[in-house]
Design a protein around this ligand. Structure first.
Ligand code: ATP
Length: 486
């Protein structure tokens, strides 16, 4: 319990720093917020892009077996019917019978120490009854029922009309009312089922629907992968733990197409690549754990899944997953859309529907792991400091440049020169001439700037050297401007 307390304090400190220093803000905050949504501030957007670009560089640009794509978020509803999302992309929901507040039944049970993976709704309800599990407000809970997490929307002007039941000409509601329901005065919406679409709950399907396009255009040898980064939306019953469980988030997914007999080796190779990426994110190896997901907990199409879990301040939770999806998705397209998804091995008559290995990352979870790995409290000359020890290649600001005093034009002019030269080279360079040098260092430590450059009188009058202070060691070195901007 004491441990848990510290862990949550650490999480709170990170959330507070993220808001205070311009990384991440609660979504729609000025209007009272919108649960499960987060906005990225000037530093957060850069950090997030650096995380995504590193992934793109390691998994796409530096390889010749990967192709990038960027598919539309809105897709034909048949995609989600064929993939099984319309019927099965659900979580178990229970309702507080007094407040009406809704919760994820599996999370409530997990918090009480029960493992509910693979249990039916009836089993979950029974477990709640047998153990007298109550809502967080201490009230009775309803039976568990399924809740589909996809955000439904309507495409085009066929959305339908909102009307008050009982209005003249409202035939549909009259029929309902005729069945003994008292619906008068209630609002109803009519819609054309053909106009229904969903905000995609995963980026993967946009890859599968483009598999044939890329094969026809590029005819790559197997194995090869299609990679995509982009938004995904899930109407989570209870978004929680900062950005960890959001309703709008980003994914970085690869569908790696292999010969059906070669899936196991491709799985191992991609798993090793995943670990290399986690290392490049600066995550400590002892915080990373592989969970071999047992058969009854795996998605129905998966023959093998490994969840990579991470020791977040909120506890050990899923950071990303890698799954062997067999030919489930391409097979569905073939079956439902009637399009041939077979791969023809060059120079042979061999044809088959490729199997797929899918490493799937959530950007927000990667970002939360990076923030929590970087967050450090230490002491410098007896003063407590907070420092974000981001790996240099992820830090949102690479250098901060300051004149020692802001009211000395000769210092300011020289500092400006250095600032412009560094900015041309690195882009993300900050100018800071506020307060004394010690305060500037503290501010930069909090946002994780690896180097602070100060131009002082010695720079101008004596040696032309500037002082470069290292974030982690706080040591300062005198370096020539040429060397710094080279
Ligand atoms: P969980 O069990 O935590 O709900 P999941 O197993 O449903 O996650 P997947 O469907 O495998 O997740 O999605 C792939 C990745 O997308 C996850 O490993 C995670 O990094 C990310 N992800 C999934 N749901 C969310 C969410 N609500 N908010 C942020 N990231 C998410």
């Amino acid at each position: 319990m004491a441990n848990q307390q510290i862990k949550n304090e650490r999480m709170e400190a990170i959330v507070s720093l993220a808001k205070r220093r311009g990384f991440i803000y609660p979504g729609s905050d000025v209007y009272g917020g919108l649960s499960g949504t987060w906005d990225y501030g000037p530093l957060g957007v850069t950090l997030k892009r650096n995380i995504m670009q590193l992934w793109w560089k390691m998994f796409v640009e530096s390889r010749d077996d990967m192709f990038g794509i960027d598919a539309a978020i809105l897709m034909n509803q048949k995609v989600w019917q064929a993939s099984g999302h319309v019927d099965t992309f659900t979580d178990p929901l229970v309702e507080d019978l007094v407040t009406g507040q809704r919760y994820r039944a599996d999370h409530l049970l997990k918090d009480k120490g029960f493992d509910v993976d693979g249990l039916s709704l009836a089993d979950i309800t029974q477990l709640i009854r047998d153990n007298d599990v109550k809502s967080p407000d201490g009230n009775e809970l309803s039976k568990a029922r399924t809740f589909n997490m996809m955000f439904r929307t309507f495409v085009g002007p066929m959305q339908g009309d909102e009307m008050t039941i009982g209005e003249p000409g409202d035939e549909a509601s009259k029929k309902l009312a005729g069945k003994g329901n008292n619906l008068e005065g209630m609002k109803a919406v009519t819609y054309d089922p053909a106009s229904v679409s969903y905000l995609r709950p995963e980026t993967a399907q946009g890859i599968f629907t483009n598999y044939k396009n890329v094969v026809d255009n590029f005819y790559p040898d197997l194995p090869f992968g299609l990679a995509q980064q982009g938004k995904a939306f899930r109407n989570e019953i209870s978004p929680r733990d900062f950005v960890f469980r959001s309703r709008e988030f980003e994914q970085m997914e690869i569908e790696y197409f292999v010969h059906p007999d070669k899936w196991a080796e491709a799985f191992e190779a991609l798993l090793a690549d995943v670990h290399a990426y986690l290392q490049a994110l600066g995550l400590p190896a002892d915080h990373i754990h592989e969970l071999e997901v047992p058969e009854n907990d795996r998605a129905h199409y998966s023959k093998r899944t490994i969840d990579i879990e991470y020791d977040f301040p909120i506890g050990r939770e899923e950071l990303m997953g890698i799954a062997y999806r067999t030919d489930f998705d391409l097979g569905n397209i073939q079956r439902v859309a009637g399009k041939n998804m077979e791969y023809n091995v060059k120079g042979t008559n061999e044809k088959f529907v490729p199997h797929v290995i899918e490493p799937s990352f959530g950007v927000e979870r990667a970002l939360m792991a990076v923030l929590s790995a970087a967050y450090t409290e230490d002491e410098v000359n007896g003063d407590k400091r907070i420092v974000m020890k981001f790996p240099e290649h992820l830090a949102p600001i690479k250098y901060c440049v300051s004149p020692l005093l802001k009211n000395k034009p000769e210092l300011v002019a020289k500092a400006r020169e250095v600032y412009v030269a560094l900015k041309q080279k690195h882009g993300n360079v900050m100018w800071d001439d506020n307060g004394n040098i010690g305060k500037r260092y503290r501010r930069q430590d909090e946002i994780g700037t690896p180097y602070c450059v100060v131009i002082d009188f010695d720079t101008i009058e004596k040696d032309g050297l500037v002082s470069v202070r290292d974030r982690d060691t706080t040591e300062q070195k005198r370096v020539s401007i040429d060397e710094l901007v080279a």
